[in-house]
Design a protein around this ligand. Structure first.
Ligand code: MSP
Length: 534
């Protein structure tokens, strides 16, 4: 029976057109899911929208729409973007869907029954933008939100509270027993020092001052706090507390299923502190990992609509293709740390890795096989000399470490490792000097082995890069004349190749003109938002 893997992105606020920062997490989740599937896991990938809350209500009002009309419009934009980026999510949960509403109401009833929520009064500082209450210390003398810097409002209202104290020991035990629960691990210290050590207050889990939320069945003037509502998407989408809960049984309840939530650094607290407590209260297991990825930064800080420094994925995909955009996100930004988008980095990364290292290697290899063997590459069964042996060893090691890196979510390392082998293969051409071997009829076998080893490196790269290069990997396989049975991860157990009939095709990634493209990118980044995202 294959092992199971459940991966989620946060559900996005449908407050505006999604930018490259939002796309980042979905692309990474998609790459991880495809990599795991390649390695034989049975996978399930969820993303969606977080459609309730005061911010959405206010946004819709300012546009003269009902909240539902407003979120329906934005949902279309997200779906179109995911399609453009080749995102293969299995489900798209929207928190206004009846299936989700029903799960949230049932969960709330359970909390009430278990005595995990109680009615009291809330007084505190509220940031509408972050949908979060803060304490006096957190907002400081200036009374601004510690997360986004906007002014906060003082609010008092009757509210239900979730008792955190009762679940704190289990949370601390979880942190201790599963050291990778919060990855990268430095984030755990941050959570403990900033939120747990100063004393964890009970969490306010209902609101009465606006209506755009899920009503508490037992007390209809309250709507469920948007974060409790939102976090439950990870189980409601699987059918938890619904008639058909087979996906929930398969991907959450089965201990053989690994559960991973990807989250941005700004929403770590809710996922690592409150979410496990809610689950514990429901008698459900915690996810295996909350992986905290970094943020996409611009020269002037985090990419965000409110800063007006956003880059949209659409024009980039249109000009450079979906594979190039996916590759940039996975390789330039070390997964788990903040990363930058600049026109220079973008063009350099694509030129160095995709045009030169990969594209040019394929082009040269296929051309040489055409020239020296009329396109018919004899089989490659073994290594003839030390140079062959070193390249074969690097290919094997790359396959092995790819598996390990993907399993431990070191995505950037997994993909950079492939580029290292391709660089080595490019140097191997210079060392072996096939043009010289071709002049000596006594060196036909060595020449064939050299071509064969280049094809072996390219085949390995094509297979392992296929979760990122969703269109171009196919063209690489085609040019190498590689049968489908040799395009799988499992087939890489044998790195050698049978006889192949290769055929030159269009260059995979044409080299970009650095000056022309950086100028084009700068112009797109400066374009009005509507135009850039159109
Ligand atoms: N709705 C909540 C999440 C609820 S999950 C149960 C939310 N939505 S959001 O739209 O504001 O953010 C969604 C995700 O996008 C977050 O993980 C956030 O970190 C990420 N990003 C928003 N801007 C980003 C960048 N500039 N770079 C990388 N990720 C960014 O929070």
């Amino acid at each position: 029976m294959s092992k199971k893997f459940y991966i989620t992105t946060p559900i996005y606020y449908p407050s505006a057109s999604p930018h490259l920062g939002h796309a980042y997490c979905s692309v990474m989740a998609d790459i991880i899911r495809r990599s795991k599937a390649l390695m034989g896991y049975e996978t399930y990938f969820l993303t969606g929208l977080d459609e309730h809350g005061e911010k959405i209500e206010k946004n819709a009002e300012s546009k003269g729409m009902t909240p539902q009309e407003f979120v329906d419009g934005v949902a279309e934009k997200f779906l179109a973007l995911w399609k453009l980026l080749g995102i293969t999510n299995d489900d798209f949960i929207r928190t206004t869907q009846p299936r989700h509403v029903s799960t949230v109401q049932k969960v709330f009833s359970r909390f009430l029954k278990e005595g995990d929520v109680y009615l009291s009064k809330y007084k505190g500082w509220y940031c509408v933008h972050e949908e979060t209450f803060w304490t006096e210390t957190q907002v400081g003398k200036e009374h601004v939100c510690p997360e986004c810097g906007r002014p906060v409002e003082e609010k008092e209202e009757e509210a239900y509270f979730f008792s955190c104290g009762k679940h704190l020991p289990a949370l601390l035990k979880l942190f201790e027993e599963n050291p990778l629960f919060i990855t990268p691990t430095g984030r755990k210290t941050e959570m403990i020092n900033n939120f747990i050590a100063p004393g964890l207050n009970d969490l306010c889990v209902t609101r009465t001052t606006f209506r755009w939320g899920i009503p508490v069945k037992e007390d209809q003037k309250h709507v469920v706090y948007v974060w409790l509502d939102a976090l439950l998407n990870y189980v409601s989408a699987l059918g938890y507390l619904q008639e058909d809960d087979s996906l929930f049984q398969k991907f959450w309840q089965d201990p053989d299923s690994e559960i991973v939530h990807l989250v941005g650094a700004d929403i770590t607290r809710f996922h690592t502190i409150y979410w496990p407590m809610f689950l514990e209260s429901l008698g459900l297991r915690a996810p295996d990992r909350i992986f905290v990825h970094g943020l996409m930064m611009m020269k002037d800080g985090k990419m965000s609509k409110s800063k007006g420094n956003v880059v949209y994925a659409e024009p980039l995909v249109e000009r450079y293709g979906v594979d190039a955009v996916r590759y940039y996100l996975a390789s330039e930004i070390v997964f788990g740390t903040d990363g930058q988008f600049t026109p220079e980095l973008f063009v350099d990364r694509l030129n160095a890795d995709l045009a030169n290292n990969l594209g040019n290697l394929l082009n040269r290899t296929v051309s040489m096989i055409g020239k020296y063997f009329g396109g018919d590459l004899p089989e490659t069964k073994a290594d003839l000399d030390e140079e062959d042996r070193k390249l074969s060893e690097a290919i094997r090691e790359c396959v092995r470490s790819y598996g390990e890196n993907v399993d431990s979510l070191k995505v950037t390392e997994a993909y950079r490792g492939i580029m290292d082998v391709l660089s080595m293969a490019n140097k191997y051409i210079d060392t072996k000097a096939p043009w010289a071997l071709a002049k000596d009829p006594g060196k036909r076998d060595e020449l064939a082995s050299t071509m064969g080893h280049l094809a072996m490196a390219l085949r390995m790269a094509g297979v392992l890069l296929s979760p990122i290069l969703i269109t171009k990997a196919g063209s690489l396989f085609e040019q190498l004349g590689l049968p489908s049975g040799l395009q799988t991860f499992a087939s890489l157990e044998d790195i050698y190749l049978p006889a192949l009939r290769v055929e030159k095709g269009a260059p995979l990634f044409p080299r970009l003109d650095v000056q022309q493209e950086t100028e084009w990118l700068k112009a797109v980044m400066a374009a009005p938002k509507e135009k850039a995202a159109a």
